[in-house]
Design a protein around this ligand. Structure first.
Ligand code: GLU
Length: 298
């Protein structure tokens, strides 16, 4: 028997960038936050490249992301998982979900749906063919909730807040929601630390986990970096790629963004010294309890 306060399950966190461009300061926040949380729990930190959606994948971006992480001394455990190699597993999960009777084929066009916040139920009685069209899952009447350390208690009445959602698109691409749930399960992820922009995805993911009989990891959502226009810093609004020549300064700024107070002289020190300080001094409760923080320097 283990002593009472010893964890019985190894902490496993992850970082899951989409290779739609280079890493930028916004993605570094999620990488640093999830990495330091894993280290604080003496756990592992896994890397998953979310190259699921062929039109969004930029050639060369995956290897550039790996290189940038290494240049920032963000070293991952275990081999990298690429979503593009996981199609069989997603199909298996889709078949398993089909047994719940909650899936339906959806023929709606974008135009038909553009006025609706939630899916209006047009195809709810359509037959299901797993080989062709888009597949949706019906949202049951239930309330899901989590206690997020940084974003507070979250409650989602599934039917009203989320509605019936896509798990495979008409072009055959599995949805982000399904893929993430399957991969978090297969990679045995116990803790998901990511940006608050993904908070809305959490009820969808918990719902799928319940329907697939998978355990639900603990979810924590960090503040995201916002540009001066009030939008999240992202590839879409042309956030600058991280410059690895200034890796220590980038990490220093990410730590400051996350509410940590590295001594000023560390900004000019080596990455090794900076990471040593960060791992010894990381305080999760100093991370601002905010969805977004504006950064002036990007
Ligand atoms: N691939 C997603 C992104 O780059 C992150 C997914 C996740 O952390 O669940 O925004």
């Amino acid at each position: 028997m283990l002593p009472k306060d010893q964890p019985t399950q190894l902490y496993r966190g992850r970082f899951a960038p989409s290779p739609s461009g280079d890493l930028h300061f916004g993605s570094l926040i999620a990488a640093v936050g999830s990495y330091l949380e894993a280290k604080r729990h003496h756990g592992e930190w896994l890397l998953r490249i979310e190259d699921l959606d062929p039109p969004r994948v930029v050639t060369g971006a995956s290897s550039a992301i790996l290189k940038t992480l290494e240049q920032h001394h963000l070293y991952w455990d275990h081999p990298v998982l690429y979503q593009s190699k996981q199609t069989k597993q997603y199909h298996q999960a889709l078949k398993q979900l089909a047994t719940s009777g909650l899936l339906f084929g959806c023929h709606c066009t974008r135009n038909q749906l553009k006025e609706h916040r939630l899916y209006p139920g047009n195809c709810i009685n359509a037959a299901l063919s797993l080989d062709y069209h888009a597949v949706r899952i019906q949202a049951e009447t239930m309330t899901l909730s989590t206690r997020d350390p940084w974003q507070g208690v979250q409650r989602w009445p599934l039917k009203q807040a989320v509605g019936d959602f896509i798990i495979r698109r008409a072009d055959g691409v599995y949805s982000y929601q399904l893929a993430v749930v399957v991969d978090d399960y297969l990679q045995k992820i116990t803790h998901v630390v990511r940006g608050s922009d993904l908070l809305d995805s959490t009820p969808r993911q918990i719902y799928l986990q319940q329907k697939l009989d998978y355990p639900t990891p603990l979810y924590s959502h960090l503040p995201v970096a916002g540009g001066r226009n009030g939008n999240k810093l992202s590839k879409q609004n042309l956030a600058k790629p991280l410059n690895s020549a200034t890796a220590p300064q980038n990490i220093f700024q990410a730590l400051q963004f996350l509410g940590q107070h590295p001594p000023q002289d560390l900004e000019r020190s080596s990455l090794t010294t900076l990471w040593q300080w960060a791992e010894e001094n990381w305080k999760a409760d100093h991370v601002p309890h905010q969805p977004m923080i504006t950064v002036e320097f990007r």
